[in-house]
Design a protein around this ligand. Structure first.
Ligand code: S3P
Length: 431
């Protein structure tokens, strides 16, 4: 029998790694980035920045970026390839929009089916010229300009990518830009900007709305950045320890930003034995260690108000729910349809194959926990989606790895060391 046991330092956070590279590139001078996540998505951002004239190289375990300032991108001589990365596409479209250069953006099959107009509609309103495929998709061309208008943007969708794209654009816009988000989303861009000494205002409005006011253009002075461990990557081993008997793990150096660790709150409500210990603050983010041990979980209702804070953790929470007593309901999952795969469909498809009782209605999922027996020849479809492949790799431990999971290469999108860390934490137990 297998169990999870031991302690490990989790790889750098994906969201912060993208932002560390982009904001270092938009700063003036040399930055050293420590613990950058070297995943396929982050490498897509790095390659694009290099094509925009930014000097970036590895020095020992760190990355060095020579920033050209907020108006310093050079027109690229080929299309900017975002690969599979929505964050790269959305954030970089925003970042180049207020530089006077013309760029085209491309991506892989999955990314070419994901909406880009959610960002470009705001940029067009302030003077950007954008040409999209079928009015919404990559490939797209954007004619950037340093004369974009300062304006008020109201973001209706819960998306940190849209917000961050508009913040990056506003850094080189002359005058006051106001960005209002109706539903709060992860705030790494704001925290990193503050750490870099950029002066801007954040105001809580009525309901759950927040207004960010920037008064550009800004000159950002470069600073060294350390990237904290990725809580979304940690979530796989947290759930692994909770559902596999006799397990106990400690995951170290995890970023504990409240907008990213709502999954811990849910797992605690489910009866998970979890301990969180804050240890320090780096580059504006709290960091600490998380311990988890095997627990008998019970089903819960997860309200839609939490969906933007759980957005990347629903697949692994669904795995936890499949092992809990009773029914778990996950509400308000519509944004999951627009990720690397349609994650509602990816979860439904594989759960039904495994014989787990799951239903979907109006983008809500209901899952009934059940002890399962597994047929050796079952093949789980990852849909080329890293979080689906990792979630079922965790469930597979309960089945002594009898399931086959197709296309596991996609795991390198966000967590290239996942298999290495998984094997390190797995121990054999008797009986
Ligand atoms: C991200 C924001 C989220 C998340 C993605 C990374 C970011 O997307 O799903 O993995 O780094 O800003 P949305 O904010 O668009 O939902």
């Amino acid at each position: 029998m297998l169990k999870f046991k031991g302690s490990i330092k989790i790889s750098g956070d994906k969201s912060i790694s993208h932002r560390a590279l982009i904001l270092s590139a938009m700063s003036v001078g040399k930055s050293k980035i420590t613990n950058l996540l070297e995943s396929d998505d982050v490498m897509s951002t790095m390659k694009i920045l290099k094509h925009l004239g930014i000097k970036i190289f590895r020095e020992g375990n760190n990355w060095i970026v020579y920033g050209n300032g907020s108006n310093g991108f050079i027109e690229p001589d080929k299309p900017l390839d975002c690969g599979n990365s929505g964050t790269t596409a959305r954030l970089m479209i925003g970042a180049v929009s207020s530089n006077p250069i013309n760029c085209s953006f491309i991506g892989d099959n999955s990314l070419s089916k994901r909406s880009m107009s959610r960002v470009t509609q705001h940029l067009e309103k302030i003077g950007s010229e954008v040409f999209l495929t079928r009015k919404d998709y990559l490939p797209l061309m954007i004619n950037g300009s340093d004369k974009l208008l300062p304006s008020i943007h109201k973001i209706q969708k819960a998306s940190a990518q849209i917000k961050s794209a508009l913040i990056l654009a506003a850094i080189n816009i002359h005058g006051k830009t106001k960005i209002i988000e109706n539903i709060p989303t992860r705030d790494h861009t704001e925290r990193l900007l503050k750490f870099l000494g950029v002066k801007f205002k954040i105001k809580k409005l009525r309901n759950r709305s927040t207004q960010i006011e920037l008064d550009g253009p800004y000159e950002i002075k470069s600073k060294n950045i350390e990237v904290a461990g990725d809580p979304s990557s940690a979530s796989f081993f947290v759930v692994g320890a909770l559902i596999v008997p006799n397990s106990k793990v400690t995951l170290k150096n995890i970023m504990l930003n409240p907008s990213r660790i709502a999954f811990l709150k849910i797992l605690k409500q489910m009866g998970g034995k979890l301990k969180i210990k804050k240890t320090r603050k780096i580059c504006g983010e709290e960091v600490g260690n998380i311990s988890a041990e095997y627990s008998q979980l019970k089903g819960v209702i997860i309200p839609s108000s939490l969906s933007s804070f759980l957005i990347d953790e629903y697949p692994i929470l669904a795995i936890a729910a499949s092992q809990a007593r009773g029914k778990t309901v996950m509400k308000g999952l519509s944004e999951l349809r627009h990720k690397e795969s349609d994650r509602i469909n990816s979860i439904l498809f594989n759960f039904k194959k495994l014989g787990i009782n799951i239903t979907e209605k109006n983008d809500n999922l209901s899952i009934y926990g059940k002890k399962l027996k597994v047929d050796k020849n079952l093949i789980i479809k990852s849909f080329n989606d890293h979080r689906i492949a990792m979630s079922f790799s965790i469930l597979n431990i309960l089945f002594q790895n009898k399931l086959k999971i197709d296309n596991q290469k996609c795991i390198a999108i966000s967590y290239p060391d996942f298999k290495k860390h998984l094997n390190y934490l797995l121990k054999k137990t008797n009986g």
